[in-house]
Design a protein around this ligand. Structure first.
Ligand code: SAH
Length: 367
């Protein structure tokens, strides 16, 4: 019997997964085993959330950032970035275009700012989105660590979901990839404030960081389960030439196909662990391979976040090298993506807000 046969029998039995089993999943290398893993995760996805892809229109509202994360291209100390804050009218017109294109939801993402002018501006934009859409559009925020007060204001103004990646759940690795003063404990406390403010709560990690072990990744997966998150957005770590983490690790990662496969294995493991979560197939997968996002969907993801920005902003919101489709506007990006999704036998859930089913099961359990 093949070594992996016993593992697959456990996975196929739908028994709760142990850390040791998750570790064995992430260690799979044989192409036939990987194929079997992705098929199994795809089957679990189909059974729980259908063969539907939920689109979230991504608007990168600004790259001004108060933080100095050692891996991120828009970190505060990177002087090579041309900073922008997208004007309110441009944000609203992208959101209008998303509604016209029958998107059921949008994501406003940006560098971290907590100054009163910014907090007020986001609140105004959220109210206007709600007014224009009659509250029918799902709105996700991804604007970093915020106070409970700010989170409540934005929630009341119409945001229903919030994404804040913990980046890694290893305190040591977290400290290595962030400047002094940023801690994992603070990041997790910020995520808890999001959950407590009543948001559909999303988190995630970077996969394949320098110094990250498979054990770290298993702990990340167990954290997602134990924190009871509704949405997961993870992606491979990709170097950015202007960052200290890249400069300290020349030539890393050595093999981009391996980096991509590790990302796909994490998606599959996550789907097996939390069958009713919304799991994103992220842009970083697309940066590693032209069909990276479709492969993510086939490994168990059910959400894609097409970028809506005008190319003039897209270029400046550069978290890592190799961001795809820099010269394309929304229409070009969308038509090829929709065709690719149809090619793999999935369809876009046009118009549906696409709330994570896990959110409702979590709320029902807490009653
Ligand atoms: N300011 C927001 C949004 C950050 S950008 C926040 O703090 O949550 C969104 C995500 O991009 C980050 O959470 C991080 O996981 C990812 N990212 C940043 N630099 C990256 C890199 N070099 N490679 C891969 N992902 C990166």
């Amino acid at each position: 019997m093949k070594n992996s046969e016993a593992l697959f029998q456990r996975l196929e039995s739908s028994a709760p997964l142990t850390g040791a089993e998750l570790s064995a999943v992430l260690a799979l290398e044989d192409p036939c085993d990987l194929d079997r893993l992705f098929r199994l995760a795809y089957e679990v996805k189909t059974r729980n959330v259908g063969r539907l892809v939920h689109f979230r229109g991504l608007v990168e509202v600004g790259n001004v950032c108060a933080k100095d994360c050692l891996y991120c291209g828009i970190r505060k100390s990177n002087c090579n970035v041309r900073r922008y804050s997208m004007p309110r009218e441009e944000i609203l017109s992208l959101v209008d275009a998303a509604r016209k294109a029958r998107f059921g939801s949008v994501v406003l993402q940006g560098g971290e700012r907590s100054d009163p002018a910014f907090v007020d501006e986001i609140e105004t934009i959220l109210r206007e989105i709600r007014r224009r859409s009659d509250g029918a559009l799902g709105v996700t925020l991804s604007l970093g660590e915020q106070s409970g007060d700010t989170l409540l204001r934005w929630r009341e103004a119409g945001a229903t979901r919030y994404l804040l990646r913990v980046e890694t759940t290893s305190p040591e690795l977290y400290a290595k990839i962030h400047p002094a003063g940023m801690t994992l404990a603070d990041r997790i406390a910020a995520l808890k404030r999001i959950q407590d403010a009543g948001y559909q709560t999303g988190t995630g990690v970077m996969i394949g960081l320098p110094g990250q072990t498979l054990r770290n990744l298993v702990d990340d997966l167990l954290f997602f389960r134990d924190f009871d998150v509704d949405m997961i957005g993870m992606g491979p770590y990709l170097p950015h030439p202007d960052t200290p983490l890249t400069q300290a690790n020349p030539g890393f990662p050595p093999d981009s196909e391996r980096q991509l496969l590790l990302g796909l294995k994490m998606i599959a493991a996550c789907r097996l662990l939390i069958p009713d979560a919304n799991i994103a197939s992220t842009t970083a997968l697309h940066a590693l391979a032209p069909d990276g996002r479709e492969r993510g969907l086939l490994a168990g993801a059910n959400v894609v976040m097409p970028n809506l920005d005008d190319p003039k902003y897209k270029r400046e919101y550069n978290l890592y090298a190799g961001k795809p489709n820099l010269d394309d506007g929304m229409e070009e990006c969308l038509s090829s993506l929709v065709a690719r999704i149809a090619d793999i036998g999935e369809s876009v859930a046009w118009g549906a807000p696409g709330d994570p089913l896990h959110f409702y099961s979590r709320i029902a359990r807490s009653r």
